[in-house]
Design a protein around this ligand. Structure first.
Ligand code: GAF
Length: 386
């Protein structure tokens, strides 16, 4: 892919680009906890976006996406939300401009193998890769945390998804064979080795992406805030669900709707589960870790209500297989992938079983990815002369 991007860039723009590699992410546990100031446990993976970027000395930015064979342009003097994939690039440029940087015109070629709408955060990869490229080409000296925050804000303001920090953080801080335990309040983090030769991480893609995803995401965030506001009436020190206990939530039960109660209960439980996850990994207790993953799925499906029949089916199918330590839906929900911890020796039979049964029940052919944990966004080739 790197060579293809480089060649395409050369044929379109006649120059040698800076190359940046920007990965998708998985999340082992800690779902819908990031925007509640809780903990998450993501990692960067072997599916990625490759960027070729070079400054062009004009006030125009031109981008070519190889996978859709489409070229689009925008003026740096007219950066505003625009339908299509260009929105993610413009969101990043807008954030840099808002921080006072005089972004110069650039050309770029993008290619990638992160399936879109699969819950592997292709959008954070698009954002993180461009911030990294511009940081390098403009010599901005931004930290990886700055870059993650820029990507997150771009997502809020352009596509309009009020996401937490997990995806952008994992994209920029991923490390080969390590998962990140991130405290989304302080942005302090710790790596845990994920080196279990007897297990593989298997992603099963439902191949559905329900249109509810981004609107319902923002509704969940709002519901959590409603729960916090009710708790704050009694406990002014509670700034987010991270600070709240089930006892406190129970005390305001009659002041909030049953739905808001369920949402908040899930988040409080999920933060507690994620805090247990690090020590379990350190001990190599994948059996208990996997049990927590099943519990997470149950909560996401029944209480947080962000699953869908296809995701539930994939988890039900996985649950009865002895080679599966844990399985759950992953990411924002309403489609996309499940993440499964599967005994390495039985991966082939697991994949075959999932494909057959999922197809039989839904008439859809799932895609299955046996993934590995890799480094986060990085510059692949040093800046070449423009
Ligand atoms: C999406 C969001 F972008 C993340 O911030 C996170 O909230 C996730 O859904 C759910 O855990 O990927």
């Amino acid at each position: 892919m790197i060579q293809q991007v480089s060649e395409k860039f050369h044929s379109l723009f006649g120059k040698t680009p800076l190359i940046v590699s920007s990965p998708g992410r998985i999340n082992l546990i800690g779902e819908h906890t990031d925007y509640n100031n809780g903990f998450v446990m993501p990692a960067a993976i072997d599916k990625r976006i490759i960027y070729g970027v070079q400054l062009n000395g004009t006030r125009t930015c031109t981008a070519h996406a190889v996978y859709v064979d489409e070229t689009v342009s925008f003026s740096l003097d007219d950066v505003k939300p625009t339908p299509g994939w260009i929105n993610y690039l413009m969101g990043v440029v807008d954030q840099l401009q808002k921080r006072g940087y005089d972004v110069p015109g650039f050309d770029c070629v993008v290619d990638g193998d992160i399936p879109v709408g699969a819950g592997l955060s292709s959008s954070a990869a698009v954002e993180g890769g461009l911030v990294m490229a511009l940081n390098e080409l403009m010599g901005l000296g931004l930290s990886r945390i700055d870059m993650a925050l820029i990507g997150q804000k771009a997502e809020h303001t352009f596509p309009g998804v009020k996401c937490g920090i997990m995806d952008q953080f994992a994209n920029l801080h991923g490390k080969k064979n390590q998962v990140i335990l991130l405290d989304c309040r302080s942005l302090e983090y710790q790596y845990y080795p994920f080196e279990f030769p007897d297990y593989k991480i298997v992603l099963c893609n439902t191949m559905v992406h329900h249109s509810l995803a981004s609107s319902e995401y923002n509704v969940r965030r709002q519901q959590c805030e409603t729960g916090v506001a009710a708790i704050q009436e009694l406990y002014p020190g509670v700034a987010s669900l991270r600070d709240a206990s089930l006892e406190q939530l129970n005390q305001v039960r009659d002041k909030i709707s049953a739905e808001v109660y369920q949402r908040c209960q899930f988040v409080i439980d999920e933060i507690a589960r994620t805090q247990k996850a690090g020590p379990l990994l350190a001990k190599g207790d994948l059996a208990e870790f996997g049990r927590l993953m099943f519990e997470t799925h149950e909560g996401l499906s029944k209480d947080y209500n962000v699953s869908c029949p296809e995701l539930d089916l994939l988890v039900e199918l996985a649950k009865v297989r002895p080679e599966v330590a844990g399985s759950r839906m992953m990411g924002g929900g309403f489609g996309g992938c499940t993440i499964n911890l599967v005994e390495a020796g039985a991966v082939d039979s697991f994949v075959q079983y999932i494909k057959e049964h999922y197809h039989h029940e839904t008439s859809k052919q799932p895609e299955v990815y046996v993934t590995t944990i890799q480094d986060g966004t990085s510059v692949v080739h040093q800046k070449a002369e423009a």
